[in-house]
Design a protein around this ligand. Structure first.
Ligand SMILES: Cc1cc2nc3c(=O)[nH]c(=O)nc-3n(C[C@H](O)[C@H](O)[C@H](O)COP(=O)(O)OP(=O)(O)OC[C@H]3O[C@@H](n4cnc5c(N)ncnc54)[C@H](O)[C@@H]3O)c2cc1C
Length: 370
């Protein structure tokens, strides 16, 4: 009898542990902050890394993979929680516009975790990976050559080449003094930010575009031209529209109206993210099943500014065809690069160009630290 009891307790414990393990694996693998474990052995301060990559979103991860396969030593910073929360890529869920990616639930996070795991377990190349979940808070270049980077814990690193992949964040509507009213809907993809990524999700739905400038007007016009929506309205959220007469003519042609009142609430089910509409300061309501936010961007450009790299009027960093900025050996890739599509595949393209030109310079100058 005693043996049976022990066997039952053991079976229950094993089952509980197995479930706990599966659950832990599930939440950590797709989690932006918890996983992966950093490879945190600091090298001596006088060590010069070949390539430092700042940011581990779509661009940073592709730059990492290319540089590692090129056999270059990489110092990768994924950012701290604040950086991760302030980067657009963190909030990408299912991706329908790139072949093969629709199986991922949080594309950029899943790919980041997958590639870090693969490199860490690769006998030949893992030695080239130095990965930290830290923020780079300062950067300078000495004698137009070596870059000195400082992280948020006060550690200092040296690198010959730097790839900046810190991305940007969308401006969010402030509703009743806070920005998080919209998040339950954004997280469930009934509110979107990127026409090229999620425009198709509006098909057949009453839709709104929140914004007051040319780009909000253009988003509404393109959505209507493409998908012939049952209803589309622009919500300027208390601002005067700034689009010009020609855009207004087009809006009128497509019967796109705009509401200038301030949004005071979002109607719907926060837990499922089902959107039902918006409420305004005069208590009026507008029904809507889908929405876009088009209110501008906040580029994560502080480090580029510190180095004196040239920016465009929106604060994006200007680069040449190899993704090199106006500061020699300092590259910018992904959303932060000026005059480029804000897409994952664009970030990948920038990343490969930057990593390959860096590898070429390392090969030609014989500067490699290995
Ligand atoms: C809701 C949504 C859906 C989208 N869907 C699609 C889609 O379907 N298809 C598509 O192609 N694109 C999509 N995009 C666009 C895509 O997410 C971006 O183009 C892409 O993520 C840009 O990559 P990035 O590397 O430039 O920046 P991000 O992927 O945003 O990565 C930035 C990285 O920089 C790090 N960081 C920031 N500051 C610092 C610092 N000081 N130190 C260290 N690290 C730092 C962050 O932690 C993060 O790892 C979508 C965007 C949004 C908002």
């Amino acid at each position: 009898m005693k043996k049976i009891k022990i066997a039952i307790v053991a079976a229950v414990l094993i089952t509980a542990c197995t479930f706990a393990f599966i659950f832990f694996k599930k939440i950590t693998e797709g989690h932006p902050f918890i996983y992966p474990i950093e490879n945190s052995i600091l090298k001596p301060v006088d060590h010069i890394y070949e390539v430092a990559i700042i940011g581990a979103g779509a661009g940073g991860i592709m730059a990492l993979q290319r540089a590692i396969l090129n056999n270059d030593e990489v110092l990768l910073f994924a950012g701290n929680q604040k950086d991760i929360s302030n980067s657009r890529g963190t909030f990408v869920r299912e991706v329908d516009n790139i072949p093969g990616l629709s199986k991922y639930k949080r594309v950029n996070i899943n790919l980041r975790n997958e590639i870090l795991k693969d490199i860490a377990s690769d006998q030949n190349f893992s030695k080239n990976l130095n990965f930290f979940k830290r923020s780079v808070v300062n950067i300078k270049q000495e004698n137009n050559k070596i870059f000195i980077l400082e992280d948020n814990k006060g550690n200092v690193y040296q690198a010959r080449y730097v790839i900046l992949a810190t991305g940007m964040m969308d401006e969010q509507p402030v509703i009743n003094g806070k920005i998080d009213t919209i998040f339950p809907y954004a997280n469930n993809e009934t509110i979107a930010y990127c026409l090229r990524c999620d425009g198709h999700r509006a098909l057949g739905k009453e839709t709104v575009v929140i914004g007051s400038d040319d780009s909000a007007a253009n988003v509404a016009i393109i959505l209507q031209q493409r998908y012939k929506l049952p209803k589309i309205t622009i919500l300027t959220h208390g601002k005067k529209p700034t689009w010009d007469q020609s855009l207004q003519k087009k809006l009128s042609l497509y019967r796109i109206e705009f509401v200038e009142d301030t949004i005071t609430n979002i109607l719907g089910d926060e837990s499922s993210g089902k959107l039902e509409g918006f409420m305004f300061s005069d208590s009026a309501k507008l029904s809507a099943e889908f929405g876009f936010v088009s209110m501008g961007i906040r580029p994560n450009n502080q480090l580029a500014k510190t180095l004196g790299a040239k920016l465009d009027p929106r604060g994006l960093v200007i680069a040449d065809q190899n993704s090199e900025t106006t500061v020699q050996n300092f590259f910018v890739i992904g959303d932060l690069q000026a005059d480029a599509m804000k897409q994952i595949y664009t970030a990948w393209n920038h990343a490969v160009k930057a990593a390959d030109i860096i590898n070429k310079r390392i090969r030609e100058t014989g500067e490699g630290g290995k």
